[in-house]
Design a protein around this ligand. Structure first.
Ligand code: FE2
Ligand code: FE2
Length: 159
């Protein structure tokens, strides 16, 4: 897929990176020989991304993309995507609570059964959200943004 605007390309690249992260975590959980250390390492990596780049991605969409599209008449779809952010943030908070003691080095143990269950919720929810945005949000940006708006939004990326 080729995009005219930087905003669309930035979001698309971040979606791809998030899918790689989900796949890496899923594959650590799937491996027959996976020991706890491999899963713990995947959990730490996931937590780092959820708190960092994925939260930044959500914030960028909420602050610089969604409002512009609502102004241009795309409120229904954008509201749905925004609600999904809230639901996903709740799922992220739950899995981050589970991983936090590992990150703080308070324990080396992870409740793998619970991690597997919570990751299942995050994995399904985030994949579905990204799919909707790839099909809907990115097309709306390409249709309703203009050069100035794109330049303004892209310049705020990473703020
Ligand atoms: Fe989103
Ligand atoms: Fe997104």
């Amino acid at each position: 897929m080729s995009f005219a605007y930087s905003t669309t390309r930035l979001l698309h690249d971040e979606h791809e990176a998030a899918l790689v992260l989900l796949e890496r975590t899923a594959s650590a959980l799937r491996r027959q020989d996976a020991d706890d250390a491999a899963i713990v390492s995947a959990a730490r990596h996931l937590a780092h991304a959820l708190r960092g780049e994925i939260t930044e991605h959500f914030t960028f969409e909420e602050q610089f993309v969604f409002p512009r599209l609502i102004e241009r008449g795309c409120g229904d779809i954008v509201e749905l995507l925004d609600e999904e952010h809230q639901t996903l943030n709740e799922a992220f908070a739950e899995i981050l609570d589970l991983i936090a003691p590992l990150e703080a080095a308070l324990t080396a143990d992870l409740d793998v059964t619970r991690f597997r269950r919570l990751f299942g919720v995050v994995d399904t929810g985030l994949r579905g959200h990204i799919e909707k945005e790839e099909l809907g949000l990115l097309r709306m940006i390409e249709e309703f943004f203009d050069r100035d708006l794109d330049a303004e939004a892209a310049s705020r990326h990473g703020d």
